[in-house]
Design a protein around this ligand. Structure first.
Ligand code: URA
Length: 233
């Protein structure tokens, strides 16, 4: 939580005295209700602040949805390989939200909103992540129950219940709620299959648009950012 006028000024939207005047003229709303005072506490993650009827990005945050191609590492710097940061506009403090393996493709969020990223990655919040996997052999009906019960991927705890849908041509959709290292590959390995191709299709309510080409990105719309915030409240 922070003071409305402080965030307003920090985000470079205007001075503290400007926001004070706007509040007096009832031009500022917080979640639809007129702001009451410059020192009104707002939740910078979940509150929606409007000035003169337009939502303002108090946070100065950016949110890119990248269709990560294979061959790029999910890091801000790497000595050997290109990083996903080369595929989005340059910006201070941007970082990928979690990691996809170098050979994994699909949806990767890149932002400078540390708080939201932290929540999306928190094991406590269990944000769904759905992957399309192509395997060396078809998944079996038994695997559905095994993944539902949790499998041993070699680091102590069983995996949390995960949902497997078997598709033709050795393909499968897997929805997990955690983000352990190489989790999808290790889960299939634990039931005797190897992942030969992996693509993330969604993270929480945000889906990879089918028309977004590999290596291309788009900026999340305000309502998509709000849906992500709601998913991790
Ligand atoms: N699980 C994996 O094994 N690899 C990824 O890149 C993501 C999830």
């Amino acid at each position: 939580m922070t003071r409305l006028d402080k965030f307003w000024a920090d985000a470079g939207i205007g001075t503290r005295s400007e926001v004070k005047q706007m509040i007096r003229k009832k031009l500022v709303t917080v979640n639809g209700a007129p702001a009451t005072a410059p020192d009104q506490k707002i939740n910078e993650i979940s509150d929606i602040v409007c000035a003169s009827g337009k939502a303002v990005n108090l946070r100065g945050f950016v949110y890119y949805l990248l269709h990560k191609p294979a061959g790029y590492v999910s890091a801000t710097k790497d000595n050997l390989f290109p990083t996903v940061m080369e595929l989005v506009p340059k910006g201070d403090d941007l970082f990928p939200v979690g990691r996809l393996d170098k050979d994994t493709e699909g949806l990767l969020l890149i932002t400078n909103d540390g708080e939201l990223a932290h929540r999306l990655l928190s094991p406590r919040r269990h944000v769904d992540k759905t992957y399309l996997a192509i395997l060396d052999k078809s998944a079996e009906d038994d695997d559905i129950e095994k993944f539902e019960a949790g499998v041993d991927i070699g680091d102590g705890d069983l995996t949390l219940p995960a949902k497997l849908q078997i598709l033709p041509d050795n393909q499968a959709l897997l929805t997990i709620h955690e983000g352990r290292f190489h989790q999808v590959k290790r889960m299939f390995h634990a039931v005797g299959k190897e992942v030969v191709y992996l693509k993330r299709l969604s993270m929480g309510p945000v889906k990879l648009p089918e028309c977004l080409e590999k290596g291309a990105y788009l900026e999340l719309q305000d309502h998509e950012v709000d849906s992500l915030r709601n998913a991790v409240r």
